[in-house]
Design a protein around this ligand. Structure first.
Ligand SMILES: [Fe+2]
Ligand SMILES: [Fe+2]
Length: 355
């Protein structure tokens, strides 16, 4: 009897202990630490991390540590190019200034007669389809906006030193610059607008020089932008981004512009977190530029898809989809630009006539 009693007592104690422990366990269960994710990493599951990191699993990447060297034949080509006008840097920084006004900008431009007439011819060309004739730079700025006038200035200044884009290059630069201006305003990253417009127009400037002055590989270049970069290095010993950086440096452009031009394809190769560590001062500009570049190529259907990891898209506050970037708000302007390549001779001639 005593044994049975003891067994009952032991069982009851065990059950009580189990309840206590379970309850205790619940009370003490540590809440899952919801670490505030870094601004640029908002992934929610390991699977998602894996899928966006896969983008960076590449067989080949450029050598980030290598000090760029100029192959002699390329040195020969670029040593013949004059310095670009300091007006570019001057206007770029003026456009970054929140107190900018059309009077100041037109005062700077009208000092150069050739530039003034180039702008007025372009503004009055059928390309813009303005109903009234514009006869002064002040009105041109008021009607088309600072960015558009500044793009024309950059075009005129690069042509002046012998860098003439073909239609496809012209379209790509203008599309990238327009998309970059839009992303700058909606990303709320506090990136200077003038700098982004400049980068959009000039990021591929060396590509133009390389393809004009040097032989092309048999079978041409790959459509894939990463593969393309590798081919340039294999074929020329240097890629167009690195060469563009060298040129910009020789032209005494600000260091941040130089670095952005030289590294504009890096976001296709390394995650944001990684690049941000060594390029903290330019990571915002670099992210907007790289995405604008890819979006421009999607718009002209040269490539399809985001090409850059979701981390960069999230950083600039956009979902990683082209339809979230190429939205109706900007596509009207983008279509007008693209018309130059796909449309009749008529529109294409407009660009050429104006020079
Ligand atoms: Fe490029
Ligand atoms: Fe580009």
């Amino acid at each position: 009897m005593t044994v049975i009693l003891w067994i009952i007592i032991a069982l009851a104690a065990g059950a009580a202990l189990t309840i206590m422990l379970t309850g205790f366990g619940k009370a003490n269960k540590k809440p899952v630490l919801k670490k505030t994710p870094a601004r640029y990493v908002t992934v929610t599951s390991n699977e998602e991390i894996q899928s966006f990191m896969d983008v960076y699993n590449l067989e080949w990447k450029p050598d980030r540590e290598k000090t760029p060297e100029l192959p002699p034949e390329i040195e020969k080509v670029i040593s013949g190019i004059e310095n670009i006008s300091p007006l570019i840097t001057e206007l770029s920084s003026k456009l970054n200034d929140p107190d900018i006004n059309p009077k100041d900008i037109s005062k700077i431009i009208i000092q150069d007669q050739g530039l003034t007439s180039f702008i007025l011819r372009r503004v009055n060309s059928p390309y813009y389809g303005l109903l009234q004739k514009v006869d002064n730079i002040f009105n041109a700025i008021v009607i088309l906006g600072y960015n558009e006038i500044y793009r024309i200035v950059m075009e005129e200044r690069t042509r002046k030193i012998g860098i003439q884009p073909d239609k496809a290059e012209w379209v790509h630069a203008n599309l990238t610059s327009n998309i970059a201006a839009y992303l700058t305003s909606v990303s709320r990253l506090n990136v200077p607008g003038g700098t982004m417009v400049t980068l959009g127009m000039l990021h591929d400037i060396a590509r133009n020089i390389m393809y004009r002055s040097l032989p092309q590989p048999e079978g041409g270049f790959s459509i894939d932008p990463r593969q393309h970069l590798k081919q340039e290095i294999d074929f020329y010993g240097i890629d167009h981004a690195t060469l563009g950086g060298i040129l910009a440096q020789r032209w005494s452009m600000p260091g941040r512009l130089v670095s952005c031009i030289a590294r504009h394809h890096w976001p296709m190769f390394w995650p944001l977190r990684d690049l941000a560590q060594s390029n903290n001062d330019i990571i915002k500009e670099l992210s907007i530029l790289a995405i604008s570049d890819i979006a421009a190529k999607n718009f002209t259907q040269e490539i399809t898809g985001p090409y850059i990891g979701d981390d960069y898209y999230r950083f600039i506050n956009k979902p990683p989809r082209m339809d979230s970037i190429l939205i109706p708000e900007i596509t009207r302007d983008l279509r007008r630009i693209r018309k130059v390549t796909i449309d009749s001779e008529e529109t294409s001639d407009i660009i050429e006539q104006a020079v």
